[in-house]
Design a protein around this ligand. Structure first.
Ligand code: BGC
Length: 752
């Protein structure tokens, strides 16, 4: 009875205190802001870490509610390879699995923004139907060095490709009426000491390489949210940088969405709010207290509180939760699995195919080696992991495709993986959260295969398949030994399998199930074919089978360079995975406390192509089962830059798609530039043998400009520009020229 009286009184009090108060609508945000106390404004700017699980376990963060003004609590979940939360709930017998789509390195390898948008359309539907408002993806940091632990989440070493693929990604997610979050803005290119590391970058490299992709996504796709990275840039935490979060992001690029912190408290809450960081995530009571006392003392003005709260409110009114969307909790996981398989197939890169080794007929007897054949890695580790119901193995997919597998060998790996799993469980090191939900410790180490059985296996099977797997992720960068480079066991396996099978005139196919670039130069001669599916999501093994049988003709291309040696990347002189000499500077640890981006703009192919450094596989490279011819292109100066077109013809014998990469070489006389830079790209539809398609491109002059630090201006020199149509950065098939008559310049703020 007493309880009833109390709850009636609470309701009555709530009703009275909201009496006469506005209730939030999309068109009365200003009125609501006026009605808010300073405390309420402050509370909107700090998430409530503990209350995020009130919705369900595994949400990343949320925004607090203010019931008296009709402001609901909203929630966010990770990405970016699919929705990330836990599949089990206390109050339900139902399971809540999500689809593990292919990771960023693979989807970007499609060079197909439409395909990306279709995939994230499905991903965004899971966000909507599982009742989530904000999705924490895409991740889009530049692959500065192959050993960054989170490269698998990101797209490319090239800012244009990264920006365009991210824009497509955002459109697909936001097409569902949920909010995409581009992350991690900016220069979060290493995981070592990621929350404190100071990325020291010259302004040219910052603008041209590390900010450019974000500029593209902001201008082209209007993401609803942007996550400020943990690290510092040139001495200042990004989340407290007015230059980055307001001057560049909002004033120059016109960003209108909400800015949130990456997840973890920093003391400088007030500095962050002042800089234009609207939302502290996941937020805690200390941060709220700091915000409140700053509001009381006037350290944060009412105008500043209102400005940030306005952006948060604009975000809230755009959410499905605010709009009262009745989510089903039952997205069509089967349809999404089909999408995941299709996207993986369309993105896989064929690195080597000597003597037409592939496609196989689909009837062969195959000896399949490598722990990855059973323990296939769908996605990487950390918040980018996805808890999916089932990850198809290569054993499963090849069997389904009609191949006969060497059964004792398949059983050997199956038992080995099972044993590893039960050992971990028995030893109690399988903490569900970190193991299943984040993927830490999941990967099974390569066993020492009984090599004495090899002669028999080579005699009894038609070909060998070797799966090499890697996982990596949030919190750690990758090692040079046993990660970038093959382990001694992997080398031995490759060598012995190749010797035995080749001696009997049989082929060896290597499948690279990896998240980031590995060393290939020293061993690729041992393989007849090399297929690169990266970490292709839960259905990826089926996509690999589709490529092996020729059901899908591979059309993916590399979005980063495969160097001969990791040290060939100039950034390796300043990257934590490489031992450094002379570590301490003023008590600070090199590449841990700070990292010098001494290579400037010479990242990836910009370095390798310009300086003629040999690579194992160049940027933009990828083979097909057919061949393509390029016509003489048409290139014309336009009112604002240039337009171009080229006709691509399938000159081979099977249907296929071709990615055309458009590079531009600038005239001399202006700033020092790479020999060529990617300025546009396109992909044909599936062309039958003999069929042609004309691809057209339009590039504004602003996109050709380089950043002049002294003048704080983007500049495009006058003169003759060569436009190159290429199948990789090292394989230019056709070219044309156009002129810019007068030097062009676009001044920007003298900041950073
Ligand atoms: C990661 C973000 C992620 C967030 C929430 C952070 O540690 O860097 O990418 O979105 O956690 O899980």
């Amino acid at each position: 009875m007493i309880k009833r009286i109390i709850s009636i009184s609470v309701l009555l009090f709530a009703a009275l205190s909201s009496f006469g108060q506005p209730r939030l609508r999309p068109d009365n945000i200003e009125e609501v802001i006026k009605a808010m106390t300073d405390e309420e404004l402050a509370s909107l700017l700090v998430g409530a870490k503990e209350s995020r699980f009130e919705f369900f376990e595994g949400t990343a963060a949320g925004v607090r509610s203010i019931p008296r003004l009709g402001i609901p609590a909203t929630i966010s979940c990770d990405g970016p390879a699919g929705l990330h939360f836990y599949p089990f709930r206390d109050n339900s017998d139902k399971t809540f699995y999500c689809t593990a789509f292919p990771v960023g390195t693979l989807t970007a390898s499609s060079w197909d923004p439409e395909l990306m948008e279709a995939m994230t359309g499905a991903m965004g539907n899971e966000v909507l139907e599982y009742g989530v408002d904000m999705f924490l993806g895409p991740g889009m940091n530049i692959h500065r060095n192959p050993l960054c632990g989170r490269n698998f989440e990101y797209f490319s070493e090239d800012p244009l490709l990264s920006g365009k693929m991210a824009a497509a990604y955002v459109r697909g997610i936001q097409g569902n009426g949920v909010i995409a979050t581009v992350k991690h803005f900016a220069a979060n290119n290493q995981e070592t000491n990621r929350t404190e590391n100071d990325a020291r970058i010259g302004r040219r490299a910052l603008r041209e390489i590390y900010l450019k992709n974000f500029e593209i996504v902001v201008r082209e796709a209007r993401p609803g949210a942007l996550m400020a990275s943990y690290n510092k840039v040139n001495g200042e935490y990004v989340q407290q940088s007015h230059d980055l979060l307001t001057t560049v992001l909002r004033d120059e690029w016109g960003y209108e969405g909400v800015v949130l912190t990456d997840h973890g408290a920093k003391e400088g809450t007030v500095a962050a709010a002042k800089a234009g960081c609207d939302l502290m995530q996941p937020g805690n009571e200390d941060e709220l207290e700091r915000m409140l006392s700053a509001a009381r003392s006037g350290a944060l003005t009412r105008a500043e509180l209102e400005r940030n709260a306005r952006r948060v409110l604009r975000y809230i009114v755009s959410t499905p939760r605010f709009k009262g969307y009745k989510f089903s909790d039952s997205p069509d996981l089967e349809a999404h699995a089909r999408t995941a398989r299709k996207v993986a197939g369309e993105s896989i890169v064929l690195l080597k195919n000597d003597g037409g080794t592939l496609p196989l007929k689909g009837e062969e007897k195959l000896a399949v080696y490598g722990v990855g054949s059973e323990d296939f890695v769908a996605v990487g580790i950390g918040s980018g992991h996805v808890v999916t119901k089932h990850v198809a193995s290569i054993r499963e997919s090849l069997t389904a495709a009609g191949f006969t597998l060497d059964q004792p060998l398949a059983d050997y790996y199956k038992d080995y993986v099972r044993m590893d799993y039960s050992t971990k469980r028995l030893a109690g090191i399988m903490d569900w959260l970190s193991y299943e939900s984040w993927g830490y410790g999941k990967k099974v180490a390569e066993p020492d295969v009984p090599l004495n059985l090899l002669p028999e296996q080579a005699a009894q099977n038609d070909a060998a398949i070797i799966v090499l797997s890697r996982d990596a992720g949030e919190g750690n960068d990758r090692d040079l030994l046993d990660d970038f480079e093959l382990s001694a066991r992997e080398r031995r396996l490759l060598r012995m399998v190749a010797d035995e099978f080749h001696a009997k005139g049989k082929k060896v196919v290597v499948i690279l199930n990896i998240g980031g670039v590995i060393e290939t130069a020293s061993w690729k001669n041992l393989a007849d074919a090399i297929v690169l599916p990266w970490q292709p999501g839960q259905e990826g093994a089926y996509a690999v089978a589709d490529v092996l049988t020729g059901k899908v003709n591979p059309s993916g291309k590399l979005t980063m360079t495969f160097p001969v040696d990791a040290l060939d990347h100039p950034s390796s002189a300043n990257f934590p995975s490489f031992p450094q000499v002379g570590e301490a500077l003023g008590g600070l640890k090199k590449n841990t406390d700070y990292t010098e981006y001494a290579e400037g703009i010479w990242v990836g192919y910009r370095h390798f192509s310009t300086r003629g450094v040999p690579v194992s596989y160049p940027f933009g490279y990828g083979l097909s089962y057919t061949s393509f011819g390029y016509s003489k292109p048409v290139v014309k100066a336009s009112a604002d830059g240039f337009t171009a077109s080229v006709t691509v013809t399938n000159t081979g014998t099977v249907a296929g798609k071709e990615v055309v990469e458009v590079y531009v070489s600038a005239p001399s006389g202006g700033m020092e530039k790479p020999v060529r830079e990617l300025k546009a790209f396109g992909k044909t539809r599936l062309l039958s043998p003999g069929e042609s398609q004309t691809l057209s491109f339009s590039v504004p002059a602003y996109d050709l400009a380089s950043f002049n630090e002294a003048l704080s201006a983007w500049e495009a020199a006058a003169g003759t520009y060569e436009v190159q149509f290429a199948s990789s950065v090292e394989d230019i098939r056709a070219s044309g020229t156009f002129q810019i008559r007068k030097p062009l310049s676009w001044g920007v703020n003298n900041v950073l």
